[in-house]
Design a protein around this ligand. Structure first.
Ligand SMILES: [Fe+2]
Length: 163
């Protein structure tokens, strides 16, 4: 897909986010399964549910723009998630693995926050107020998920230190 104006860049960014979210829905169940902390497991599972809602939002947005959500692979998220699965290969189940998974998951959240932040600015610039609102809802969820992980990390890291 060639990108020569802001409208096309906006669509490209949305497709990229769609691909990223799709990849995340495949990774989160594995991360939940690998987690020892019940709180962390629950956080991954509830973010999975949230992510499905975020996918629906992107579908709604792209439908409004009369574009398909498909056609792009987010290579950045692929790399971030690959690092996340390395964590599972490099650690045994327990608090150290949990601490490492939180570090990986927070990278995912920050990557998404960057993408959604840019996309909502593009939407604002292009006068797509309804889309700005939808993207802001997702952005708020990603920020909250990141903050929640920071909280869980306090407990998990302290336990991991004793391991
Ligand atoms: Fe997300």
């Amino acid at each position: 897909m060639s990108v020569s104006n802001m409208q096309e860049l906006f669509i490209d960014e949305l497709k990229d986010l769609y691909s990223a979210e799709k990849q995340i829905t495949k990774a989160l169940p594995k991360m939940a399964k690998a987690a020892t902390s019940q709180e962390l497991k629950q956080a991954f599972l509830s973010h999975l549910e949230e992510t499905n809602g975020q996918i629906q939002r992107l579908e709604q947005i792209l439908e409004k723009l009369e574009k398909s959500p498909r056609g792009k692979t987010c290579a950045g998220m692929k790399g971030v998630l690959e690092e996340g699965s390395e964590v599972l290969a490099d650690t045994d189940k327990g608090p150290v693995r949990d601490a490492a998974m939180i570090a990986a998951a927070q990278r995912v959240e920050h990557y998404e926050m960057a993408g959604y932040g840019s996309a909502r600015e593009f939407a604002l610039l292009l006068g797509e107020q309804e889309i700005v609102t939808l993207l802001d809802e997702t952005l708020a969820e990603e920020k909250a998920a990141d903050k929640k992980l920071t909280g869980i990390a306090k407990q998990v890291n302290a336990e991991a230190k004793l391991a």
